[in-house]
Design a protein around this ligand. Structure first.
Ligand code: PHE
Length: 455
């Protein structure tokens, strides 16, 4: 048997995991959710979710993945032999396929806009023209589908090269560039006249805005942004080395992911504060593809540079996320079904191409086709984000907190006793066993409207 691949360095492992976490969810989703849910109040709940639920669930996935060095199904089979618990791996695999399908549609739009920006078409239009251009593009039956397919092809080409030469190399290259672009944007935003208004909206919590809806959005945002609940982090952790410190890695990943979300807020709020305060979730496409390109024209240096940088940032952030989503099923096909890397990557790509085109057509010829009142695109978002990810989060917390051997968990958290026992271990186990599952279940039931009758 050939030896299983690993990330070569600890930094590479962190870069890849942060690359998975940092994506459209941070740079676009976070400012939009914060904007439509009261700014600072949302931020506070978001931070609570990251620390009380996010880090514990990341660690649960780390423990299972690194402890077994297997794909999600193989890992559950090893840790729960003789049970049917490995069936749960299909929840993560289905969620990853759904997320990859709708996500790559937006990535396809990003590619189109990146090319438009590079060819100078985004820097010379009136605000009406931006609106028309976006409307015409997404409703064109084939154009956005073609970009979706192209994006999935790029994703395929990276993944086919494997863990070291594909995922780790791309993450090591793209993550530093991403941070530099973000910082350039933030420095520019801080020099604008509207900087103060933008920042005070983001950082000044207005507690009258705190409602159950804000809590639901914050938790959904945290799960999606940290890539947890679907075994993506578990799969990456299965490529960690035995010497990697799990608790420290989990904290670094969560902090960097949160930092990028905050930097995205700092970069976008001063530029688009008046638009964002009135933003509902439905307008978030408009923010990225209509409002920002238009507003970039007014920035020092002109629209060309800023729109190229912005869509490049989105492109890099999304590519490092989509490769991580795909790795869940690729590792599963390789290890459980004996496929070669190329074949496993090909199967994943073809399945997502089919669903991706269906999602793209939700804005075109399939716009009238609905499931529970949602287009295919909307239904995939709902089912994965609002149902499957929280379900996965509770499962992993229960599995690590209650089901598997305590000694196994301890060995992973302390690298077999070779690293110091962190003072955080007790509070962390408390969060894994009680706080995280309780918070997720309560917020999840709220989301489904189950408390409406009582409150
Ligand atoms: N975390 C990514 C983002 O913020 C999205 C993602 C979700 C990636 C699930 C992998 C798995 O955009």
């Amino acid at each position: 048997m050939t030896e299983r691949a690993q990330f070569v360095t600890r930094l590479g492992a962190i870069a890849a995991t942060v690359g998975s976490a940092v994506g459209l969810g941070n740079i676009w989703g976070f400012p939009c959710s914060a904007g439509s849910n009261g700014g600072g109040a949302f931020l506070l709940i978001y931070l609570g979710c990251v620390f009380l639920v996010g880090i514990p669930v990341i660690l649960c996935e780390f423990v299972i993945g690194r402890g077994t060095h297997k794909n999600v199904s193989g890992a559950l089979k090893q840790l729960a032999p003789g049970t049917k618990l490995h069936w749960f791996s299909y929840v993560g695999i289905c969620a990853s396929i759904m997320i990859l399908s709708f996500y790559s549609v937006i990535c396809g739009w990003v590619v189109e806009y990146l090319i438009q920006a590079i060819s100078g078409n985004l820097s010379s239009q009136s605000s009406d023209e931006y609106e028309k251009m976006f409307g015409a593009f997404v409703s064109n039956p084939w154009r956005s589908s073609l970009w979706t397919l192209l994006f999935l092809l790029i994703n395929f080409l990276v993944l086919r090269r494997g863990i070291k030469k594909g995922i780790e190399k791309v993450a090591n290259l793209l993550m530093p560039i991403l941070f530099v672009i973000l910082i350039v944007f933030c420095v520019n935003a801080l020099t604008l006249d509207t900087a103060k208004d933008g920042l005070s909206f983001l950082f000044h919590p207005d507690f009258s805005k705190l409602t159950p809806k804000v809590a639901i959005s914050a938790m959904g945002q945290a799960f999606f942004s940290l890539s947890i609940g679907l075994s993506c982090i578990l799969t990456y952790a299965s490529y960690f080395r035995d010497s990697d410190p799990l608790f420290r890695n989990a904290t670094i990943v969560a902090l960097l992911d949160t930092l990028v979300a905050l930097l995205a807020g700092i970069m976008i709020f001063p530029v688009a504060i008046s638009f964002i305060q009135g933003t509902g979730d439905k307008d978030s496409f408009e923010l990225v593809f209509v409002t920002l390109p238009n507003l970039f024209n007014g920035l020092p240096g002109g629209g060309f540079v800023w729109s190229v940088l912005f869509f490049l940032l989105l492109f890099f952030a999304s590519l490092t996320s989509t490769i991580s989503m795909s790795e869940i099923s690729i590792s599963f096909f390789q290890e459980e079904h004996g496929m070669s890397r190329t074949k496993a990557t090909g199967v994943n790509t073809i399945v997502c191409m089919v669903f991706g085109v269906l999602c793209a057509q939700s804005f075109g010829v399939l716009s009238d086709f609905t499931i529970f009142g949602k287009t295919i695109f909307g239904f995939f978002i709902f089912l994965s984000n609002d149902v499957l990810l929280p379900l996965g989060g509770v499962f992993f917390a229960w599995f690590v907190g209650w089901f598997i051997d305590k000694k196994f968990v301890d060995n992973q958290l302390t690298n077999f006793g070779t690293s110091e026992v962190s003072v955080w271990r007790k509070p962390l186990m408390f969060c894994i066993r009680y706080i995280a599952p309780m918070v997720i279940v309560v917020i999840f039931l709220y989301g489904l409207g189950l408390f409406d009758a009582i409150l």
